[in-house]
Ligand binder design. Structure first.
Ligand SMILES: CC(C)(COP(=O)(O)OP(=O)(O)OC[C@H]1O[C@@H](n2cnc3c(N)ncnc32)[C@H](O)[C@@H]1OP(=O)(O)O)[C@@H](O)C(=O)NCCC(=O)NCCS
Length: 147
């Protein structure tokens, strides 16, 4: 799969739910062992959702943007990783934040993904903490001048 072949859309929960839940269930619940009741929360309906697709495939990657500027639920199917899908999803969410007039983004990065977010302009802040049994670190990125 080439990066140029990845199509990404950003949409609301009504449009996104059926496409992104299978990806999140596969990655967070089945692969990482996050309990379903933690993976599912009440915030999805107020978020914007990015959906990445490859030619001939359903959704292969997703992520969400909360109204307060937090990015979360970044997930790419294991078989599709390392090909730029996560980067395309993250850039789509950054673009959506700019479009909405946000000035700063925040996220809780799983420690193994720190390098991924660093390469997209996020900086770590604060100490490592445990959430859903997984080590995380807060990261921030300002959006001044991003187009
Ligand atoms: C974090 C995650 C979303 C990144 O998605 P991705 O599609 O692999 O991301 P990309 O391909 O854009 O970038 C991954 C980087 O690792 C490199 N990489 C190489 N092989 C890789 C592999 N097998 N798996 C993951 N990354 C790999 C890529 O080259 C890339 O480096 P770059 O940023 O310098 O280009 C994905 O690994 C994932 O879903 N992980 C499980 C869930 C998770 O941890 N979510 C994050 C919660 S904070």
């Amino acid at each position: 799969m080439k990066r140029a072949e990845i199509a990404v859309t950003v949409t609301d929960w009504v449009q996104a739910e059926a496409l992104v839940l299978p990806v999140r269930t596969e990655v967070f619940v089945l692969e990482q062992g996050v309990p379903m009741e933690i993976e599912r929360d009440e915030l999805d309906p107020v978020c914007r959702h990015a959906i990445a697709r490859a030619p001939g495939c359903g959704a292969i990657g997703t992520g969400r943007l909360l109204p307060d500027g937090h990015i979360g639920r970044m997930a790419v199917l294991r078989t599709a990783r390392g090909a730029g899908v996560g980067g395309v999803v993250l850039q789509a969410l950054i673009g959506e934040a700019v479009r909405l007039g946000m000035s700063e983004l925040a996220l809780s990065a799983q420690i193994h993904a720190l390098g991924f977010y660093l390469r997209h302009g996020f900086e770590p802040c604060g100490e490592v903490f445990i959430e859903a049994g997984i080590a995380h670190r807060a990261m921030r990125r300002t959006l001044g001048g991003v187009r």
